[in-house]
Design a protein around this ligand. Structure first.
Ligand SMILES: NC(=O)c1ccc[n+]([C@@H]2O[C@H](COP(=O)([O-])OP(=O)(O)OC[C@H]3O[C@@H](n4cnc5c(N)ncnc54)[C@H](O)[C@@H]3O)[C@@H](O)[C@H]2O)c1
Ligand SMILES: [Zn+2]
Ligand SMILES: [Zn+2]
Length: 360
C-alpha cells in the first residue's frame, strides 16, 4: 500500500518550491519507511532547486533529518518500528574496493532506496538520495542510523549533513588532537561545527575567521578562543600572530572559495594540515607556487561529509550531546513549517541563520 503524504518538491529549475502530496511505497527488501520528525534546510537543497546539481527534476528536497521507523522491508533485521533514527547519505556497501580496503567512509557505491517515491505518477529524485521534507520517506536501511531516542529530533537530524561535515572536518579528516591550534575559515553551520569539533578533540587555540561580526559572535559561543574579522585584517597575519608567529596546526576552509583556500594554505604552520570542507563552484581554480606546496610539507585534505561513518559516529555524537558536551541545539536558529522552506532559503542566502529546521 502506498502512503499519500505532504512533501516539499522542486518541480522546475529556479522556480519556488511547493508543498505537494506525493506517494511513498511500502518498504521493499533492504528498505525502511521513516516518519520524519524534523529536517534542516541546507544549501544543497537550494542547489538542487537551482539546477546546480543535475537536471533530474522533480526533486524531493530535504536530507538533514531525524525520525522514527514506521515499517521495515521483509528482509530487514537491523531496524524495527519505533526506532529513533538520524538519516545519512553514506550507507556504505561493504564490498566496493574502498570498503574492502578498510576505508568505508570513501565508499564508492553507497546505498539508497531502490523503489521510487512519486508525484502524479512521475518518479521523484530525492535530495542526496534521502528526500526528507516529507511526512514519510523511504530510504535504504543503512541510511537510517539508530541513536538514543532522548535527543531532540530538530537537533539530532542536523548530524545528517552539514554539522557532521564540520565536526568530522576537525575530528576525523583534520585529526585535531589535544593542544593543537586550529583556524576555521567561514563560521556558518559547517564552520561552527568544525569549531565545536576542534574543542571536543582538545584543541587549545581555536581561531574563528569570518567577514561578519555576528557570525564571529556565534563562533565564540561554539568555543572559538579567538576571532579574526577578515574584512578588516589579513587573516594569515592575524593567525600567525595568535600562534607564536608559526601558523595553525590545522586550517579548515569552510567557505568554498579560492581566496579563502589560499589564505588557509598559508595560515598553516610548516607540516600543518589544510582541510577543505567548503564546496567550490565548478569554475573555481587555485594557483599556488609548487615550491610552497612542496616546501611547506604537511597535508592537504578534502573532506566529504567529514569522512564520517554514520554507524560509528552518529550514536557517539548523540551521546556527547546528551551529556552536554556537544551543543547541537545551538545550531537550530529557528523551527519552521513545510510552507516556510522558500523563505528559509532566502534567510540562508542573507546569512541570517545557521540552520532553519522544519518540524513536523
Ligand atoms: N564537504 C561536505 O561534505 C559539506 C557538507 C555540507 C556543506 N558543505 C559546504 O560547506 C560550506 C559552508 O556551509 P555553511 O552551511 O556553513 O554555509 P554558510 O553560508 O552558512 O557559511 C559560510 C560562512 O563563510 C563566511 N564567509 C564568506 N566569505 C568569507 C571569506 N572570504 N572569509 C571568511 N569567511 C567568509 C560567511 O560570512 C558565512 O558565515 C559550503 O560551501 C557548503 O556547501 C560541505
Ligand atoms: Zn563501498
Ligand atoms: Zn546538506
Amino acid at each position: 500500500m502506498a502512503h499519500e503524504v505532504r512533501a516539499v518538491v522542486s518541480e522546475a529549475k529556479g522556480s519556488p518550491v511547493s508543498v505537494e502530496t506525493i506517494s511513498v511505497p511500502d518498504p521493499g527488501p533492504g528498505e525502511v519507511l521513516v516518519a520524519v520528525q524534523a529536517c534542516g534546510v541546507c544549501h544543497t537543497d537550494l542547489h538542487y532547486r537551482e539546477g546546480a546539481i543535475n537536471d533530474e527534476f522533480p526533486f524531493l528536497l530535504g536530507h538533514e533529518a531525524a525520525g522514527v521507523i514506521e515499517s521495515v522491508g521483509p528482509d530487514v533485521t537491523t531496524h524495527a518500528p519505533g526506532d529513533f533514527v538520524v538519516l545519512n547519505w553514506r550507507a556504505v556497501c561493504g564490498t566496493c574496493r574502498s570498503c574492502r580496503r578498510g576505508q568505508p567512509w570513501y565508499c564508492f557505491d553507497t546505498h539508497n532506496a531502490t523503489q521510487a517515491m512519486t508525484l502524479g505518477g512521475s518518479p521523484l529524485s530525492p535530495a542526496l538520495g534521502i528526500g526528507a521534507f516529507a511526512e514519510k520517506t523511504l530510504v535504504a536501511a543503512g541510511q537510517a542510523t539508530k541513536v538514543d531516542a532522548r535527543a531532540r529530533p530538530e537537533a539530532a537530524g542536523l548530524l545528517g549533513c552539514g554539522v557532521m561535515a564540520g565536526l568530522g572536518a576537525a575530528m576525523i579528516t583534520g585529526e585535531v588532537g589535544p593542544g593543537d591550534s586550529v583556524a576555521v575559515f567561514g563560521c556558518g553551520g559547517v564552520g561552527d561545527a568544525a569549531i565545536a569539533g576542534a574543542r571536543l578533540a582538545g584543541a587549545a587555540t581555536v581561531i574563528a575567521v569570518d567577514l561578519d561580526a555576528g557570525k564571529l559572535d556565534l563562533a565564540t559561543g561554539f568555543g572559538a578562543t579567538h576571532t579574526v574579522d577578515a574584512s578588516a585584517v589579513d587573516p594569515v597575519e592575524a593567525i600567525r600572530e595568535l600562534t607564536g608567529g608559526n601558523g595553525a596546526d590545522v586550517c579548515i576552509e569552510a567557505v568554498g572559495h579560492p581566496e579563502v583556500m589560499t589564505q588557509a594554505f598559508y595560515a598553516r604552520d610548516l607540516a600543518g594540515t589544510l582541510v577543505q570542507v567548503g564546496v567550490p563552484a565548478p569554475d573555481m581554480r587555485i594557483d599556488l607556487p609548487m615550491i610552497d606546496f612542496f616546501g611547506r610539507g604537511g597535508r592537504l585534505k578534502p573532506s566529504w561529509y567529514g569522512d564520517c561513518l554514520p554507524s560509528r559516529d552518529f550514536p557517539m555524537l548523540i551521546d556527547l550531546y546528551l551529556q552536554g558536551r556537544l551543543d547541537l541545539d545551538r545550531f537550530v536558529s529557528e523551527t519552521i513549517a513545510f510552507d516556510d522552506v522558500e523563505e528559509a532559503f532566502a534567510r540562508m542566502q542573507r546569512g541570517e541563520v545557521l540552520r532553519s529546521v522544519v518540524v513536523l
